[in-house]
Design a protein around this ligand. Structure first.
Ligand SMILES: Nc1nc2c(ncn2[C@@H]2O[C@H](COP(=O)(O)OP(=O)(O)OP(=O)(O)O)[C@@H](O)[C@H]2O)c(=O)[nH]1
Ligand SMILES: [Mg+2]
Ligand SMILES: [Zn+2]
Length: 352
């Protein structure tokens, strides 16, 4: 993972780093006098790169520390050591990829997430719904970015498809290689705002970071010609500072985005289905063949896509399953911790 401040000699003010009232009011008087707020810009296994008003520093990750992620605000004491993590404004998390039963933190205190997809074979409504659920769960405003407008003959088709995901979602079409085209994003890139780019490999997340920052901060690589898939060029998360004062987070294209602990994010993403379901005859209606099902009636009347209902049911099932596995794992970890502590205590007692 890399940190790129536009100019390492230039110090960033707290405001430019994204400090605001919400964080300030968490400080006690003692902390206000003796601690320095620091923003986490990058995170390696055992090291955190943090930036304060006085510049960048690297601190060790200690076992006693809570899990922190890129975008977090922490307090450093007068010796520059980790004091504590501040409460987050927003948090992106998913179930770790593969068979690992673990919650993985993606980013904290993000102001806007740009969900990036290209107007080619990458475009997929089900996947966009996954990202929207993640954003809604984090309570972060999502904007859908449809890239590669210069290569697309029919952008209207993609816009109208994406529009099916919500009347009010902001949708932007652009050519990520063209600076004039990316100025459309400037309203979200005010000083101190943190913007995250998320989406599959090859859609142009790093290209956007490069064009917006005006220099080649990130490596980019051509996609495969046969299926438009990317080559997983970016492998770590990194924050980049724009001249406007916004912080851009580039992320690696996710191979697998499994939702966990995201019930309300899914409900918000499929609000119209939730609303219809509240009018079904039975409270436990599965919207299959039950009599008096308002959801099926809407599908029959052409007001709701069968695809969207299936996507909703699939995500709900997945998140319930993953949340249960995570809860079970947490309970096991707690029981194990208790066991270890009681063994230690009895050892100490027998010594005494
Ligand atoms: N013509 C055109 N090419 C683009 C556009 N956006 C990205 N590209 C190209 O698409 C390829 C992939 O772009 P990247 O920026 O590396 O994609 P990424 O989303 O960062 O991919 P990962 O790092 O693998 O997750 C590169 O060859 C870019 O030049 C666009 O809007 N128009
Ligand atoms: Mg990239
Ligand atoms: Zn129903």
């Amino acid at each position: 993972m890399r940190v790129i401040l536009r100019n390492m000699e230039t110090k960033l003010s707290l405001g430019q780093l994204g400090w605001r009232h919400f964080f300030q009011q968490q400080l006690s008087l003692v902390e206000f006098e003796h601690c320095q707020p620091a923003r986490v810009f990058a995170q390696q296994r055992s090291l955190l790169t943090v930036v304060t008003e006085s510049g960048e520093s690297v601190i060790p990750v200690l076992p006693s520390m809570e899990a922190v992620t890129v975008g977090d605000w922490i307090l450093l004491n007068d010796r520059g050591h980790f004091e504590r993590l501040l409460e987050r404004n927003s948090l992106f998390a998913r179930k770790a990829a593969g068979s690992k039963i673990e919650r993985q933190l993606i980013a904290a205190n993000v102001d806007t997430v740009f969900i990036v997809t290209s107007m080619n074979l990458d475009f997929n409504l089900n996947r966009l719904e996954r990202y929207l659920a993640l954003a809604h769960e984090a309570e972060v405003e999502p904007v859908i970015l449809l890239t590669k407008s210069d290569l697309c003959e029919n952008p209207e088709f993609y816009i109208s498809e994406a529009r099916k995901l919500g009347e009010l979602i902001d949708i932007v079409t652009l050519n990520s290689l063209d600076a004039a085209s990316t100025t459309q994003l400037m309203p979200w890139c005010e000083e101190g705002k943190m913007i995250a780019f998320m989406g599959s490999s090859g859609v142009g997340k790093s290209t956007l970071v490069n064009t917006l920052s005006g220099y080649s901060a990130q490596q980019t690589r051509a996609i495969r010609a046969d299926d438009d898939k990317g080559r997983h060029t970016t492998t770590g998360r990194s924050l980049h500072c724009l001249a406007s004062g916004a912080l851009l987070l580039d992320t690696p294209g996710m191979r697998e985005l499994q939702l966990a602990d995201s019930e309300s994010g899914i409900e918000d993403t499929f609000a119209e289905i939730v609303e219809l379901a509240s009018r079904c005859k039975f409270s436990d209606c599965q919207h299959q063949q039950e009599p008096g099902c308002a959801v099926r009636a809407a599908i029959d009347a052409g007001q709701l896509d069968e695809r969207r209902l299936q996507s909703y049911l699939k995500l709900k099932k997945e998140q319930a399953f993953n949340s249960a596995s995570l809860a079970e794992k947490r309970a096991q970890d707690r029981a194990f911790g208790k066991h270890v502590r009681s063994v230690m205590r009895s050892k100490e007692q027998s010594k005494g």
